[in-house]
Design a protein around this ligand. Structure first.
Ligand code: THU
Length: 137
């Protein structure tokens, strides 16, 4: 895992907090924002988007990931996640989704004063990766 410099970390945390403001969470009331840094230095934001059919809900991390992939990106350096004063860690589905592209991703979890850092491989050891298509697009 390559940890971004402090300035970049601060920028990612601010972007995650900004993205959180757009969270659509009328059912849980739990707003989350994420900011994903590509290997080219671009930042993609995401928020959780809930649904009356609860299973259709999308987490902030996957919203950011899917938006970045839709824009042509395949490799990521870090993700910042903000959910208010307390640190939260990405859910299992988001860990697996992020691991598809960047298993060594740096995961930066915001808290009231500062942040905590993990590597994705530490959060998702022994990830499923045994399906190897002949060609990965
Ligand atoms: N949520 C996220 O957006 N990211 C996480 O890492 C954990 C959970 C959302 C899903 C749902 O809208 C709300 O938080 C409560 O679970």
């Amino acid at each position: 895992m390559e940890k971004p410099d402090e300035k970049t970390i601060e920028k990612l945390l601010n972007c995650a907090r900004e993205a959180r403001e757009n969270a659509y969470a009328p059912y849980s009331g739990f707003k989350v924002g994420a900011a994903l840094l590509t290997d080219k230095g671009e930042i993609f934001k995401g928020c959780n988007v809930e649904n009356v059919s609860f299973g259709a809900t999308n987490c902030a991390e996957r919203t950011a990931l899917f938006s970045a992939v839709a824009a042509g990106n395949r490799s990521f350096t870090a993700i910042a996640i903000a959910a208010g004063d307390e640190t939260i860690l990405p859910c299992g589905i988001c860990r697996q989704a992020l691991s598809e592209f960047s298993p060594q991703l740096c995961v930066i979890c915001a808290k009231k004063d500062g942040y905590k850092i993990y590597s994705l491989s530490e959060l998702l050891p022994h990830a499923f990766d045994k399906f190897t298509p002949e060609e990965k697009n």
